[in-house]
Design a protein around this ligand. Sequence first.
Ligand SMILES: Nc1ncnc2c1ncn2[C@@H]1O[C@H](COP(=O)(O)OP(=O)(O)O)[C@@H](O)[C@H]1O
Ligand SMILES: [Mg+2]
Length: 210
Amino acid sequence: MRITELRKKVGGMEIHVPDLRIESGRIHGLVGPNGCGKTTLLKMIMGIIRPDSGTVDFEGLRPTDITMTSQRPYLMRASVYDNIVYPLKIRGAGIDQGEIDDLLERTGLLPHKHQYAGSLSSGERQKLSFLRAIVFHPSMILVDETFSNLDPDSEALFREMILERREKDGAAWLIVSHQWDRMNSIFDEIHHMEKGRIVKRDGNLNGAIK
Ligand SMILES: Nc1ncnc2c1ncn2[C@@H]1O[C@H](COP(=O)(O)OP(=O)(O)O)[C@@H](O)[C@H]1O
Ligand SMILES: [Mg+2]
């Protein structure tokens, strides 16, 4: 995916991204202070917010290949299971019950499979929203601070699952995270955003970003 000359006035500033490329098989980090425009940028990529000008070229990806997990996960008023299989149902994809159970097991949600999603703890809700995002093997996943409230073990598990998906599906990831959190260790490249601009990029060839 490639962004060219994207502009949007929002909250008394202008988001301006002249050129940003999100490549498959790579994990891109997007970091920056509160209010610098990260969520708005992700929403423009998703087509939820319309830019004032500029283009987002998906380079062959279809809208149904892309997904976003938000800061405040929205869950359906239904069971954990119904939530996780929903993305497969709307895409008319088959449901591999073994794979669903495996995902639930790995994240500790299996005992909650038939529980009402609204009654999950906040960490469990974040896990469920993450599973719902990856269950259909999307080609591009945008993650908006979904990992902020997780305990270190769960965070480590998510890092492992993201790396796995990069290898297996060749998925492209764009992950918004805090500058100081542990997600940084898996980024292939990191984009620093300030006041609507990407002010610095760090490339990373061997997991060497600190
Ligand atoms: N719909 C809106 N109307 C007015 N201001 C907005 C709107 N959405 C976001 N903003 C403002 O735009 C700025 C960037 O917001 P956001 O993209 O959510 O930042 P970040 O995700 O980096 O914290 C903030 O100052 C925010 O208050
Ligand atoms: Mg945000």
